[in-house]
Design a protein around this ligand. Structure first.
Ligand code: ZN
Length: 354
């Protein structure tokens, strides 16, 4: 398990140590009494595709002549999040590149940091939409959750993933490419950052969680060797198998996924080409992220073999679902129950793919 936060204890200690200073600190907060700052901001575009060059620029007006520190902030469900920073020129002008690596429609603003003499200030907010360069098929409503309470990973964490290629079929290079390509598309759809930590000797979804394991593991086995059903109609299973109590951005209790992965049936993936392997992986990582099956056959989260006819891009329902478990939905916060972190083990869901 990850180390628990000691914040309440530290905060109490800090309060004791600084109690004599409290009055003067309260009487002179950093921003009060400083001279006024004004900041203008404008986006160079209101919509773009991934990788598009969009700039937030404007001018800071204050009575000083010094450069000011400026941050770019993006509104997600849990609040404003810093996504860029720069310093203004001496004439007060500034420009910050806006991240456009993932799909979102959200407000952006710039905020000037306070100095000893000058106040901080936030600009007006402007909306930017980053949309796919392709036309996603089907209905945006064609998505469903895997768990009952919108279980998901904390999208504000960097999630690590590793591959156990020791028994990978059709071959390690093909599966590595398919997995990396899929993770890139999931990151683009969710805004979640992933970090590949390399080869792992561990296996996914086997109830042997080790502290050193990546968050998400990809591995191979056979039906006979696993208690998970990888029978004749099941090529792989994906999901998460440990969760923690957490609250979402609206304060609702949810389960935060902390261990997950995909287990492939090596006899099934042995006959797959690179495209088929990635199609299967796009489906399974949808489960890992918290999406369930849909009746629509034009989405990657369909339960049937129709996904092998889809282009290598998530479709309209898939994308909408992934956005609901992604960064726009806001950070999750782990909570304690009777002083303890509440841990739950869940069975990864079945997939029934040919
Ligand atoms: Zn499935």
């Amino acid at each position: 398990m990850r180390r628990l936060s000691r914040t309440p204890v530290l905060a109490a200690v800090a309060m004791l140590a600084t109690s004599t200073l409290t009055v003067s600190l309260l009487a002179a907060p950093a921003e009060a009494g400083g001279r006024k700052t004004r900041v203008s901001a404008a986006l160079s575009a209101t919509a773009t595709n991934p990788g598009g060059a969009v700039v937030m620029s404007g001018r800071i007006k204050d009575k000083g002549k010094q450069k000011r520190r400026v941050v770019l902030e993006q509104k997600i469900a849990s609040g404003w999040r810093t996504v860029g920073k720069t310093s203004s020129a001496k004439d007060g002008s500034y420009a910050i590149a806006v991240p456009t690596t993932w799909f979102y429609s959200s407000k952006l603003r710039t905020r000037v940091k306070p100095t000893r003499k000058l106040r901080g200030k936030a600009s007006r907010a402007h909306r930017l939409s980053v949309v796919p360069a392709y036309v996603p098929g089907g209905s945006p409503d064609s998505w469903d959750t895997l768990g009952q309470s919108l279980d998901r990973w904390n999208p504000c964490r960097t999630l690590t993933y590793g591959i156990n290629t020791s028994r990978a079929t059709p071959d390690p290079a093909t599966v590595s490419t398919g997995i990396h390509n899929t993770i890139a598309l999931v990151s683009q759809a969710t805004g979640v950052r992933f970090k590949f930590v390399g080869e792992t000797a561990s296996n996914p979804l086997d109830k042997k969680w080790k502290r050193s394991d990546p968050d998400i593991i990809f591995g191979w086995t056979t039906d006979a060797e696993t208690p998970l059903d990888l029978g004749p109609n099941t090529a792989a299973r994906g999901g998460y198998d440990r969760t923690l109590r957490a609250r979402d951005a609206r304060g609702r209790l949810i389960w935060e996924a902390i261990d997950g992965g995909v287990i492939y049936d090596l006899t099934d993936t042995a006959t797959m080409n690179a495209t088929e392997f990635q199609q299967l992986t796009l489906h399974e990582v949808g489960h890992v992220m918290g999406l369930g099956h849909v009746a629509a056959t034009d989405q990657y989260m369909t339960a049937g073999a129709e996904l092998y006819y889809l282009p290598l891009q998530y479709q309209a329902g898939d994308l909408n679902g992934l956005s609901k478990v992604g960064l726009q939905a806001g950070c999750t916060k782990r909570v304690r129950y009777r002083g303890k972190v509440e841990l739950r083990r869940v069975a990864p869901v079945a997939t029934t793919l040919d």
